[in-house]
Design a binder for this molecule. Structure first.
Ligand code: GLC
Length: 497
């Protein structure tokens, strides 16, 4: 039966990072907040993530056991026992899928992604097995990024009728990470090498997990409408642009803009990390946040200089190289800048040097500190994101929520959320001169009190919540569920809608 628009769905949201339990990037924020919004719409939602030891052993999460000794047959000669624990993220149950061999790191920092793929083969099979034992068979399994790409494959290739009418949805958070392995991974996954063809699992001589997830899913989406168009071109398609065009032609590719948690986590009216609070109707607290941030950074304000912030992984994707090239001219305007982030060691060296060269203009906070990040969003005047590509980007939305004006490159989700001269400043080409041009515009607007006030007000009054986008997800789930009713169980390929 096709799902009618009023019918509530059982949705399993699968991600290997989920905020607040385990976070490396924006995927965790999405996994921590979108399911909440779907739950509030009345759907029966659960999250599945690996049982990282650091999470299950944290007393704050009060994990309780759900299943023990689940037999997971990964291939004919390799099986493992899994267990399932559960914690609650607000009203959404989070299933932690574990085993004694993987996800056992106890150290919280950056240990989420370890090399290899066997842990994800296990995770994928263990989820399907556990759902059966829990007798909770979802209407939709929503997979995110390449680590979960084999779940739809296993559902369709298992010949297990349990999954015949369960729809699968795959979200691409960043097409640049595809998860490629030699064909032997198919033996380890317990899948036939007959599937090593271009319409199924093969791409350029490798098994490609992201492509597999897309090919086998009923609906695919990425995290902004502009990125959904960009990935159909050679420039942004990371060699999968043909597949993306094909999915689009068959009504299976969607672009749905991310939201952020505007109520609890990113709310300038109550944010405990801020020294003062503010809103669109009461914006004055922002200047107290700015003053306090200067003190915290041990930076002396320069007259008429806007304080600009960056919270980012240090990588060229985020335009961190461009910022170094533009620095001297940028500081001469004058401006001041704080960068908080970790990442590429080569870039980190250059940022350390930049701080030595410009001690009155620049601070490099080389760490991940969530509270300081909030204060950078809250206390700065501008927020820089000169990304080379950006599937969605959450930083610019958080900045907007805090009345901090973004200066961004017109790409992906940045193009869908920041509008030149209205709530931010936008430049087109990835060149130092284009970037500086936008910064000069921003800098001169900053000198005009009224104009700047209007920009800040626009930013503060925008809606960055999941509201509209969670309805789009709901519609995509219905389309996915509808497709399950017209497809022969067990048959799956790229072709057709
Ligand atoms: C990835 C993308 C980023 C997006 C996030 C959440 O980190 O690079 O643009 O906002 O995923 O979808």
């Amino acid at each position: 039966m096709a799902k009618s628009v009023v019918e509530k769905l059982k949705i399993l949201f699968v991600s290997v990072e989920v905020s607040p339990y385990a976070k490396v990037g924006g995927l965790a924020d999405v996994a921590g907040s979108l399911p909440q919004s779907l739950k509030a719409m009345g759907h029966d939602v659960k999250i599945a993530m690996p049982a990282y030891r650091m999470v299950e052993e944290d007393p704050a999460y009060k994990c309780k056991s759900v299943l023990k000794d689940v037999h997971v047959q990964i291939n004919p000669s390799w099986s493992k026992l899994a267990y399932v624990k559960q914690t609650m993220n607000g009203k959404v149950p989070v299933l932690l899928i574990g085993t004694d061999e993987w996800f056992t790191e106890t150290d919280r920092s950056e240990r989420i992604y370890l090399p290899g793929v066997d842990q994800y083969l296990f995770f994928s099979r263990a989820i399907l097995e556990s759902l059966k034992q829990m007798d909770w068979i979802p209407d939709v399994i929503h997979c995110n990024d390449w680590h979960t790409g084999f779940i739809p494959v296993m559902m369709r290739e298992s010949n297990d009728v349990t999954w015949a009418h369960v729809a699968s949805v795959f979200t691409i958070h960043n097409l640049a990470y595809q998860g490629e392995f030699g064909p032997a991974v198919l033996d380890r996954a317990g899948l036939s090498r007959d599937l090593f063809t271009y319409d199924k699992l093969e791409t350029y001589g490798m098994v490609n997990f992201l492509k597999s997830g897309c090919a086998y899913s009923d609906q695919v989406n990425t995290v902004s409408p502009t990125y959904a168009r960009e990935i159909q071109t050679a420039e942004f398609g990371c060699r999968l642009e043909g597949l993306m065009r094909h999915l689009d032609e068959h009504g299976r590719l969607n672009g749905i803009l991310n939201g952020i948690d505007t109520e609890v986590i990113f709310n300038p009216e109550i944010d405990p990390a801020q020294p003062a609070h503010f809103s669109a109707s009461e914006p004055s607290g922002k200047s107290a946040c700015r003053e306090a941030l200067y003190k915290e950074l041990k930076l002396k304000p320069i007259k008429d200089a806007p304080l600009m912030g960056v919270v980012s992984r240090l990588s060229n994707q985020k335009g961190m190289d461009l910022m170094i090239e533009a620095a001297a001219e940028m500081f001469a305007m004058p401006t001041q800048l704080v960068v908080q982030g970790l990442g590429d060691p080569g870039l980190a060296i250059q940022y350390r040097e930049l701080q030595k060269r410009f001690p009155n203009h620049f601070r490099f906070m080389e760490k991940f500190d969530a509270d300081l990040a909030q204060r950078v969003y809250g206390g700065c005047d501008m927020f820089l994101m000169p990304s080379s590509f950006e599937p969605c980007g959450l930083g610019q939305m958080i900045a907007l929520r805090y009345g901090t004006i973004p200066v961004v490159r017109k790409t992906g989700g940045l193009a869908d959320t920041v509008f030149d001269g209205k709530n931010g400043f936008v430049f087109a080409h990835r060149t130092v001169s284009d970037f500086l041009y936008a910064l000069k515009h921003a800098h001169s607007a900053y000198q005009l009190k009224e104009k700047w006030g209007a920009l800040v007000k626009n930013a503060l009054s925008g809606d960055y919540s999941w509201g509209p986008s969670s309805h789009e997800y709901e519609h995509m789930y219905y389309r996915a569920a509808g497709r399950r009713t017209v497809i022969r169980p067990g048959s799956q390929a790229i072709a057709g809608s």
